[in-house]
Write a protein that binds this ligand. Structure first.
Ligand code: MSP
Length: 647
């Protein structure tokens, strides 16, 4: 029964910092994985929240001149509000100040004590206030805290200790017997190497004389619980430990997502705490790397953070989720740059997937009145698609199961590119002109629609909104969320109606004029850049960086119609396909008669701000060269598919 359940958690975030891209990554990955497992038909539970006790929070509240609880309420609310912006839907947002959590922590402490695993001892050690923990000499770097660079204070006090060392051998055994327990493998090795040294017992209390913002120990009110002992237990509180059916069903399938900074508490403290409680360790711990800004980890203390709201307003929800999942190889560090997000969105979403969707739907509407064609006749170039899709599905599933979402998305991109090539090589617009080719056209369109339908299922966990829009355009309004069992070739119903859908993923522009949303985007983009970019060497004045060129959207356009504009001797109104139809007003009437332009291919700039000339709005510009002999239109050496980007 439990095999049919999936329980995923993120770290609970400290409320001394506002949510940023680092937190967003862990949380979006959890949301992606939960959606994936729900597509497999499982019962799922997704827990995230905030970690609110301890010195750090007291300090941050003091800096703001308010009480810790009031401060925690404020920042916790920011985290709670950030996740819907990113399309993240947790089942519970837990706070360590929630009454049920406080109760669970006290219960766990009593249980562990009853097991004889807690001892009161005098201890002298090197304590880092930033980390809120004691350090061993050998863990310090040049005598300083490896995280804060500060010299720890020598503290001598009586405290309660969890006898973690008792479980060292068991833990080593567990890790060795369960290769998938901590992944990727490098982090498993890191924990194993740490466990080669004798494990110290864990100090789990702080005297209230030093810290009162915490959960009082149930057996000694002069102490509060160490923040990590408190925080880890959230994973149990969140599903109703110790009672409740949900806990029964879900604990054995618990999976944690964390970054490498908190590997030790999760890989060592947590399994031993659970062991003491008589509970199984979590099923898997998935450890990812850091998002960096330049050479540094993105973190509040370094002040180099980008917030989820900024990302979403610059790129959109689904595109942000896509970039987070696609840019970072799970387990390794990744550099954040707004430019790399933009380039990826424009290439893989706007140009590749977006164009595939809009071209396919537009052709079915145009050539078949929106009816799903019946698949028929012998196979042609489109036959590669069912084959590619059928091998993509199991590979995608394996990657998603292994949290290699970056690889799953790469596989999708490859099929998208293949489908775009099928359009280019089968040229449905040519087939449509010849009634004898009707069956061939049907076959091509059917294969493209089926590919889109299956892709809409596979992109769902990462881009739920876009998946729903594609599915709606395909006439699939049957269910809220797609199921993986529907990702089988040939299920597209011939009774369905297709509707057109241009602009699924708008290009992210940086060159815009006054006003409007685009400028808003540019503004956001600039704010991020201005804040984080290191100054570059001065460019020679008339040389432009390649990025500036990449901002130009140059495309192949086919002229479908051309006419003069009344009272404008030099202007022609052109209707071009690139691949959507648009109007361009061109100052070429002195050189070309309208009729000689029809059917010609030219190069256009497709991302110019529209201008209105003599009452006609022009959405782009034609490229041409004028010399003493007259005007020469830009051209390609051989016909290309309208809309193809010039790179
Ligand atoms: N409160 C503890 C976790 C307790 S879990 C029982 C904590 N909080 S934190 O606010 O510091 O969050 C750390 C986590 O935030 C990381 O493990 C990771 O999930 C995420 N990230 C914060 N900064 C990050 C990067 N720069 N890059 C990637 N993830 C990062 O530790």
């Amino acid at each position: 029964m439990t095999q049919n359940c999936f329980y995923i958690t993120t770290p609970i975030y400290y409320v001394n910092a506002r949510p940023h891209l680092g937190h967003a990554y862990s949380t979006v990955m959890a949301d992606i994985e939960r959606r994936f497992h729900r597509m497999l038909g499982k019962e799922t539970f997704f827990l995230t929240g905030t970690d609110e006790h301890g010195d750090k929070i007291v300090q941050a509240a003091r800096d703001h001149g308010i009480e810790p609880k009031e401060y925690a309420d404020r920042i916790s609310a920011e985290f709670r509000a950030a996740w819907p912006l990113l399309g993240v839907e947790p089942d519970r947002f837990i706070r360590t100040t929630d009454p049920d959590h406080v109760e669970t922590v006290r219960r766990v402490l009593s249980q562990v004590r009853d097991r004889g695993d807690i001892e009161f001892r005098e201890y002298e050690g090197l304590y880092c206030f930033g980390c809120e923990r004691f350090y061993l000499e050998r863990e310090l770097v040049d005598g300083r805290c490896p995280d804060h660079g500060t010299i720890p204070s020598l503290i001598r006090e009586k405290n309660y200790f969890f006898l973690m060392s008792r479980y060292q051998d068991w833990l080593v055994e567990h890790i060795l017997n369960n290769p998938g327990f901590i992944t990727p493998e490098r982090y498993r090795n890191e924990v194993l190497s740490f466990l080669r040294e004798p494990l110290e017992d864990l100090c789990i209390s702080r005297p209230t004389t030093r810290l009162s913002w915490g959960i009082p120990l149930p057996f000694d009110e002069n102490f509060v619980t160490y923040v990590w002992f408190d925080a880890l237990i959230n994973y149990l509180t969140g599903i109703g430990y110790p009672n409740g059916e949900r806990f029964e069903r879900l604990w054995s399938v618990a999976e944690h997502i964390i970054a490498k900074d908190i590997l030790k508490p999760h890989g060592i403290y947590w399994p031993t705490m659970l062991r003491s409680l008589g509970l199984a360790p979590p099923r898997r711990i998935h450890v990812h790397g850091y998002w960096r800004m330049g050479e540094q980890k993105m973190s509040k203390s370094l002040g180099n953070v980008v917030g989820p709201g900024e990302l979403v307003s610059a790129f959109g929800v689904d595109a942000t989720r896509y970039c987070l999942a696609r840019e970072m190889v799970f387990g390794l560090d990744a550099g954040f740059s707004e430019e790399s997000f933009r380039t990826r969105i424009n290439a893989e979403l706007a140009n590749d997937l977006g164009n595939l969707v809009s071209r396919t739907l537009a052709m079915v509407v145009k050539y078949r009145g929106g009816a799903v064609p019946a698949p028929a006749g012998p196979e042609g170039v489109e036959a590669v698609l069912p084959k590619a899709v059928s091998s993509l599905i199991p590979a995608w599933k394996r990657d998603m199961e292994a949290f290699a979402v970056h690889r799953a998305l790469q596989g999708i991109s490859e099929v998208v590119n293949m489908a775009n090539k099928v359009i280019d090589s089968s040229a449905p617009w040519v087939l449509a002109r010849d009634p004898a080719k009707a069956e061939t056209l049907d076959r091509v369109l059917y294969a493209l629609l089926e590919t889109l339908r299956i892709l809409s299922i596979l992109v769902h966990p990462v881009m739920p909104g876009s998946s729903a829009r594609i599915r709606q355009a395909l006439g699939l309004r049957d269910q809220e969320e797609p199921r993986l069992s529907d990702a089988r070739w040939g299920l597209l119903s011939p009774t369905g109606r297709i509707s057109p859908m241009p602009g699924l993923f708008p290009r992210i522009e940086v060159h815009t004029g006054e006003g409007g949303e685009a400028k808003q985007k540019r503004k956001k983009v600039n704010t991020m850049e201005e804040r984080h970019q290191t100054p570059e060497g001065t460019q020679a004045e008339n040389l432009i960086p390649i990025e500036t060129f990449a901002q130009l959207d140059l495309r192949v356009a086919e002229i479908l119609a051309a006419e003069r504009i009344p009272n404008a001797d030099r202007l022609l109104k052109l209707t071009v396909r690139c691949p959507e139809e648009r109007t361009i007003v061109a100052g070429i009437a002195e050189f070309f008669a309208p009729e000689e332009l029809i059917g010609r291919q030219v190069i256009v700039v497709a991302n110019l701000k529209p201008v209105t000339l003599k009452g006609v709005t022009s959405q782009g510009m034609l490229l041409a060269a004028k010399d003493a002999n007259g005007l020469h239109l830009s051209a390609l050496s051989s016909p290309a598919v309208p809309g193809t980007r010039i790179k």
